[in-house]
Design a binder for this molecule. Structure first.
Ligand SMILES: Nc1nc2c(ncn2[C@@H]2O[C@H](COP(=O)(O)OP(=O)(O)OP(=O)(O)O)[C@@H](O)[C@H]2O)c(=O)[nH]1
Ligand SMILES: [Mg+2]
Ligand SMILES: [Zn+2]
Length: 372
């Protein structure tokens, strides 16, 4: 199935008012037209081992993926947040995504073909924003927040930061100030599950049709926030271990939750390691301060490690930039460079392998000639 203008598949749009509540827009509408009565548009709201939960705005239904979709190189495997075309309880097409929050798959557990270790894992798609949730307990870590910001910006998604568990401190504003200083324009919310005013503010920010995904460590308090914003305990929450200060991976599935007030929140399992995926070349940097200083460095290719005339190092020595933030920047920069290098190299390797095959064939042909 193609989505090009000259080969338009026509399918009845269904109830667009209901779809709109789920975030349906002309961006998706313009991709396909459905005319047959057996097909319809739906949004993926949940993912389980062998099936998907989809919604058309009212009831949810359980569907599978059509075998031919898996073989179509132009189609991607559905993820939570995707708009799809359904036919006979199976997903036959995935609409082009507005954006996708993607990270490298960490760990070595054997997974299904779409989640191979070291490969990219789609957290959620078609987002209006990503809410980076950080608990003001042992979870609090500026360097990790910088990594999350890089991940979100790299995916072309708008980040906001939620600092939760503010009730654990006398003066939580200090943490908010520290985060504001590295957030550069990304909104910072200071909340706690008990704070009705703060929860209400988050709720009002999620207008009807708006989709936001919550990401953060296990135990950060993502599901607790969803329950509070929703107004009912719909997601299971779990305690944080006293010795390790970490959560126990209570949430294991990705789910899109439609709030009674209209907005949508995607709950995700806690992320163990913020492994970055190769970014979009036009993405916004999470380090605009350092990049601005670097423009005045003496050398264009300054690494800000030892070079004379380095304005970044000068800022560190003057106390205008923290050494930790510079180290965090350098680490992320090197990682992203490594990822993109590896991608270029693997493309080169594929090409080399192809030529090896061709060369082998030529050799055998020549050999035959020689022996004749
Ligand atoms: N003191 C305090 N504790 C909170 C707050 N929010 C959440 N918690 C506690 O933190 C623990 C973890 O909360 P969850 O909401 O399950 O965390 P999560 O981010 O969903 O964790 P995973 O599902 O494992 O990724 C629970 O024991 C919550 O009661 C808060 O605002 N203040
Ligand atoms: Mg959870
Ligand atoms: Zn420099």
């Amino acid at each position: 199935m193609k989505s090009t203008d000259n080969n338009m598949q026509t399918i009845s749009p269904g109830n667009t008012t209901n779809l709109r509540r789920l975030g349906w827009s002309s961006f998706f509408q313009d991709q396909f037209t459905i005319e047959d009565t057996t097909s319809c548009f739906a949004r993926v709201v949940g993912m389980r081992r062998n099936f998907f939960l989809v919604s058309q705005g009212e009831e949810e239904s359980i569907v599978t993926v059509c075998g031919s979709l898996l073989k179509d190189p132009e189609m991607c495997y559905p993820a939570v947040g995707d708009w799809v075309i359904l036919r006979d309880s199976s997903i036959v097409a995935v609409l082009v995504r507005q954006n996708a929050l993607v990270r490298k798959e960490a760990g070595t557990k054997k997974r299904k073909h779409h989640e191979i270790p070291g490969h990219e894992q789609v957290i959620a798609t078609n987002l209006d924003k990503a809410l980076i949730v950080c608990g003001l307990d042992r979870d609090f870590n500026l360097r990790r927040i910088e990594r999350y910001l890089t991940l979100v910006y790299n995916c072309g998604v708008k980040p906001e930061i939620i600092l939760t568990k503010a009730d654990l401190h006398q003066d939580p504003g200090v943490y908010a100030d520290e985060v504001e200083a590295i957030a550069f324009g990304a909104k910072v919310h200071l909340v706690s599950a008990q704070d009705d005013v703060a929860i209400n503010r988050l709720r009002t920010d999620l207008a009807s049709g708006v989709t936001a995904a919550l990401i953060g460590s296990s135990g950060a308090g993502k599901s607790t926030l969803i329950n509070r914003i929703y107004g009912e305990n719909i997601q299971t929450t779990g305690a944080v271990s006293e010795n390790l200060g970490k959560g126990k991976h209570t949430t294991t599935n990705r789910d899109l939750i439609v709030l009674p007030t209209g907005g949508m929140l995607i709950d995700n399992p806690g992320i163990r390691e913020v492994a970055l995926a190769a970014g979009d070349a036009n993405s916004v940097s999470a380090f605009p301060d350092i990049e601005e200083m670097a423009r005045s460095c003496k050398y264009l290719d300054c690494t800000h490690a030892h070079e004379p005339g380095c304005q970044v190092l000068k800022a560190v020595s003057k106390g205008e930039l923290s050494d930790d933030r510079l180290k965090s920047y350098q680490k992320i920069r090197d990682e992203l460079r490594y990822i993109s290098d590896r991608e270029v190299k693997s493309a080169a390797r594929v090409e080399r392998e192809r030529w090896k095959g061709v060369a082998q064939k030529i050799k055998t042909i020549n050999k035959k000639k020689y022996h004749r």
